[in-house]
Design a binder for this molecule. Structure first.
Ligand code: PMP
Length: 443
């Protein structure tokens, strides 16, 4: 029987027996003991609206996903060395969501493992090691991924940029408007197609310096970077110079895939491109630890060089059953279209708040992936980091869970389970209105 400890006891055991750099949300941490759909419940039964968890994609503890996992766990759980219908069915279903020629899957257990394998595939295929990434990017917690994650290696505890990593500017249209008004220099060099030209210039420079580029690696929409959406056709233009030099284009859909953006199943599709390798994680198993890499037959074939690829847990019958159930629920409950409709209304509500609250510098989003950027001054766009934290803490008192991110931790990140309703969106807008007034009044 697992004891029911107080929050203070749990914190003290964590301090002694869990890694000290695991963070805990909120000054007064929450003890969450139950979840259902878009709601979480604490130990006293208080209900919270979850606006953060893009992992429990089709809703916390969705009965169909739970049942699929329980049923398969009770019957058999082995590995891919035996033939089994689940993994092949899942590969068929997953690749059917992707454009040609993305047709070969590798099943793994976390987003980090997926990106790690994607880098290995790219480095193996090209025989090169250098990687171009975007400013503030985060791609995972292994050493190879910290090395391509400026969000980690450039911040507290990081050891700086390794020589094989090269950083292109994050296409961040909102912040570039700031430099347009705040300085006398033109921002033409960082707007629109110019972001892609920066990738081309970097690729040329690297070639000139004798670096061989294995890959360009980017999220379809920058998550840890602060819910940042790139200008139209950025990827189309940025992929071109990378491919011209023989590099591969790797897209990380760990945060944003599986219909979240509403208009498309995969967020990279909003940019009209087909990557060479796509990685997916978080929502893929609705909380069950699973992830995937999907690539072309050509890249997968060059990886099959005689060395066996074996993954103890990846693609096992339970993971595949759960992955199939998640795809079924997204389809049967029309969650992609739902995300589009609710997201549109939500953005409209947030934009109306922007009219009334000077703290809101920018509202951006697609489907149920949204960001509200708080600034102390709309002209200078000085990040309102403290206010953003105050908003998050106060919303929690109103029963709403949100988080902040971005290089200045001033962007409210909104990425709820996909069953989040229009009424939930209205509630967040109403509560945020009240909290912003409190925070602005206290300044
Ligand atoms: N890529 C992105 C974009 C992520 O946000 C994350 C996790 N936050 C990862 C990769 C790593 O995934 P995991 O934590 O499952 O290893």
């Amino acid at each position: 029987m697992i004891p029911n400890r107080s929050k203070a006891e749990i914190l003290s055991i964590r301090r002694a027996h869990l890694g000290r750099n695991l963070s805990v949300s909120y000054q007064d941490p929450l003890k969450i003991v139950r979840g259902r759909a878009q709601y979480l419940y604490d130990e006293h039964g208080r209900r919270y609206l979850d606006c953060v968890n893009n992992v429990c994609h089709v809703g916390h503890c969705h009965p169909r996903v739970v049942e699929a996992g329980q049923e398969q766990l009770a019957r058999l759980n082995t590995n891919t060395r035996y033939l089994h219908d689940n993994v092949t069915e899942y590969a068929l279903r997953l690749t059917a969501t992707l454009p040609d020629p993305l047709s070969v899957c590798f099943f793994v257990n976390s987003g980090s493992e997926a990106n790690e394998l994607a880098l290995r595939l790219a480095r193996n295929h090209t025989g090169r090691s250098d990687v171009i990434v975007l400013e503030h990017a985060y791609h995972g917690h292994t050493q190879a991924l910290i090395d391509v994650s400026p969000y980690k290696y450039d911040r507290a505890g990081g050891r700086g940029r390794p020589p094989t990593t090269h950083v292109a500017p994050l296409p961040y249209p909102y912040r570039d408007r700031a430099s347009a008004t705040a300085t006398t220099t033109t921002t033409a060099d960082r707007n629109g197609p110019a972001y892609a030209e920066a990738v081309a210039a970097l690729a040329q420079h690297l070639a000139h310096e004798g670096h061989d580029v294995a890959a360009f690696l980017a999220e379809s929409i920058a998550g840890c970077g602060g819910q940042v959406f790139y200008p139209d056709s950025y990827f189309e233009r940025a992929f071109e110079p990378v491919r011209a030099l023989g590099g591969l284009c790797l897209i990380d859909e760990v945060q944003v895939g599986f219909g979240r953006v509403g208009t498309h199943f995969w967020a990279f599709e909003t940019q009209g491109v087909v990557p060479d390798i796509v990685t997916m994680g978080k929502p893929i198993g609705n909380g069950f630890p699973m992830a995937a890499v999907v690539t072309t037959a050509e890249i997968a074939d060059s990886f099959a060089n005689g060395m066996e690829y074996f993954n103890t847990f990846g693609g096992n019958p339970v993971a595949s059953a759960i992955g199939l159930a998640v795809l079924d629920v997204i389809e049967d409950e029309g969650l992609q279209e739902h995300a589009r409709k609710v997201g549109d209304a939500f953005i409209a509500g947030l934009r109306s708040l922007q009219q009334r609250h000077a703290l809101i510098g920018d509202v951006r989003g697609l489907g149920l992936f949204l960001g509200v950027e708080l600034v102390n001054d709309r002209t200078t766009q000085e990040p309102a980091t403290l206010a953003a934290d105050a908003v998050i803490q106060a919303l929690r008192e109103h029963g709403i869970l949100l988080s902040t991110d971005g290089p200045f931790n001033n962007v409210l990140k909104i990425k709820p389970p996909m069953v989040f309703s229009a009424a939930n969106a209205d509630e967040v807008v109403t509560r945020l209105d009240a909290v912003l007034s409190e925070v602005e009044g206290a300044r």
